[in-house]
Design a protein around this ligand. Structure first.
Ligand code: MG
Length: 393
C-alpha cells in the first residue's frame, strides 16, 4: 500500500517557482496533496489553482481581495490575508511541508513560522537567508528542521556534498551563467534598457531575479546564502562563470576530489529534489545529451564590470546587519529600475552608497535586521530623490 500523500503548502504559488512547484506536484499526484496556497496579488491565477487543487486554506496580500475571493470560493476554502495570514498558514497543523517561493524580504516571517512549527521546509527564496541567515539557521537547528534549498546552485552544492560536512570542504565553485549582459561591453551599460535586461539567455525566471542576474547581484546573494546554508566562510566560495549553465555548482573536498551536479536548466529539477528528498522519483525531464555537448566554458567573473558582486563579497566579510542592508537596498533599486526611475548603473552605485552610510550591528536580532532593512530602503529613496534634483541618474 502506498503511504498517504504528503500535505504541502506553496507560498507564492502564482510566481515562477510556485507554478513550477505545482507542475511537479501535478506529475506526482500520489506523493503530494496541496493543502494551502498563497499569492500576493494575482487572484485570477489563484482562483484557477483553487479549482484544480482544492486547497483548504489560501492567503492573499490585500484584505479587500480576500473578502471578494471568499465570497466566490464558498465555505470549503478558508481565505486568510496579509502578513499575519501568511504566518498562520505556514504553521497550520494539517501541513507537513512548506515550499517558500515568495520573492524578497516578505518571505522571512512565514519562513520563521514554518521552522518554529517544525515543518519540512523547501526554500526557494534567497533574501530571507541573506538578511537573517545566522538567525534562521540557528532556529532551524533548534527545531531540527533541515532547510532543503531550491535555488539551483544551492541544490547542486547540497547534492554534491552528500553526507559530508563543512569540515571536508576545501572550496565551492558557485557557477554563474553570467546573465543577459555577460558579453556586452561595460561602456554600453549606461543605456541598457529594462527589456534588454529581462532577456535572460538560460533561465526563464521572475523579473527581480532576472535583473539581479544581469548585475550579478544574484550570485552575490547566493554567495551569502551558501555561507549560511553550509556554514562556510566567504573565502571558500568562488564564483565561476559558466555560460552553458549545466553544472549548477561544484564542491572541492579536502582530498582534492570535486563533485558536481549537472542537469538541464529547468527549475523543476531542484524543486522536485527538495520536495522528495532523500528519494529520487521519475519525471519527464530529459537528461543532458553528452554526445552533442562538445564544450563547456569557464571564466573568472569581472568584478569591475559587475560591481554588485564585489559589494556582496564585502557584505560577506562584514556580516552583521550589512547583508540585510545590501539586500534591501538592492531590492529597492531593482524596483526603481523596473519602473524606469533609475538607470542600470545606478543600482550598484546606490547600493554602495547605502552600505557606506550604514552603521553596522554585529550580532543583530530580528528587530534590528528589520530596522536595517527599512532604513536601507528609505535611504535608497533619499539618495534617488537627491540625485534627481542634481540630474546625475
Ligand atoms: Mg540560482
Amino acid at each position: 500500500m502506498n503511504p498517504a500523500p504528503k500535505n504541502i503548502a506553496v507560498l507564492g504559488s502564482s510566481g515562477s517557482i510556485g507554478q513550477s512547484t505545482l507542475e511537479v506536484v501535478r506529475g506526482l499526484p500520489r506523493e503530494f496533496k496541496i493543502v494551502a496556497l498563497s499569492v500576493n496579488s494575482d487572484i485570477v491565477r489563484l482562483e484557477q489553482q483553487i479549482r484544480e487543487f482544492r486547497p483548504k486554506l489560501v492567503c492573499v496580500g490585500d484584505p479587500r481581495q480576500a473578502v471578494k475571493l471568499s465570497a466566490r470560493t464558498g465555505p470549503g476554502v478558508k481565505v486568510l490575508c496579509g502578513k499575519s495570514g501568511l504566518e498562520e498558514l505556514a504553521q497550520h497543523k494539517d501541513i507537513q511541508q512548506v515550499m517558500v517561493a515568495i520573492t524578497g524580504a516578505n518571505a522571512l516571517a512565514p519562513l520563521i513560522s514554518a521552522i518554529k512549527s517544525g515543518k519540512e521546509v523547501a526554500l526557494a527564496n534567497k533574501e530571507a537567508l541573506v538578511m537573517a541567515g545566522s538567525l534562521v539557521m540557528r532556529l532551524a537547528s533548534r527545531h531540527k528542521v533541515l532547510i532543503r534549498p531550491v535555488d539551483s546552485e544551492q541544490s547542486a552544492i547540497w547534492q554534491s556534498l552528500g553526507d559530508s560536512g563543512a569540515e571536508n570542504i576545501r572550496k565551492i565553485y558557485l557557477t554563474a551563467s553570467g546573465g543577459p549582459l555577460r558579453t556586452w561591453p561595460a561602456s554600453k551599460f549606461k543605456r541598457v534598457s529594462v527589456e534588454e535586461v529581462l532577456r535572460h539567455p538560460r533561465w526563464k525566471m521572475g523579473r527581480k531575479i532576472t535583473v539581479d542576474s544581469a548585475t550579478l547581484m544574484n550570485k552575490g546573494l547566493e554567495l551569502l546564502e551558501a555561507m549560511f546554508l553550509f556554514g562556510l566562510g566567504e573565502d571558500k566560495i568562488k564564483v565561476l562563470v559558466h555560460p552553458e549553465a549545466l553544472i549548477h555548482s561544484m564542491v572541492e573536498f579536502k582530498d582534492g576530489v570535486t563533485m558536481a551536479q549537472l542537469s538541464v536548466t529547468d527549475m523543476r529539477v531542484p524543486i522536485q529534489y527538495a520536495l522528495t528528498y532523500p528519494r529520487r522519483l521519475p519525471n519527464t525531464i530529459r537528461g543532458i545529451d553528452f554526445y552533442r555537448l562538445h564544450k563547456l566554458h569557464f571564466a573568472k567573473p569581472d568584478l569591475q564590470k559587475f560591481p554588485c558582486l564585489a559589494l556582496a563579497y564585502q557584505a560577506a566579510r562584514q556580516l552583521g546587519t550589512v547583508p540585510a542592508v545590501l539586500n534591501a537596498a538592492n531590492e529597492a533599486c531593482v524596483e526603481m529600475f523596473l519602473e524606469r526611475k533609475i538607470g542600470f548603473l545606478s543600482i550598484a552605485g546606490i547600493v554602495e552608497k547605502v552600505m557606506r552610510r550604514h552603521t553596522r550591528i554585529s550580532s543583530p536580532g530580528l528587530r534590528e535586521i528589520m530596522d536595517a532593512d527599512s532604513w536601507a530602503r528609505e535611504e535608497v529613496l533619499r539618495i534617488a530623490a537627491g540625485s534627481k534634483t542634481m540630474r546625475v541618474l
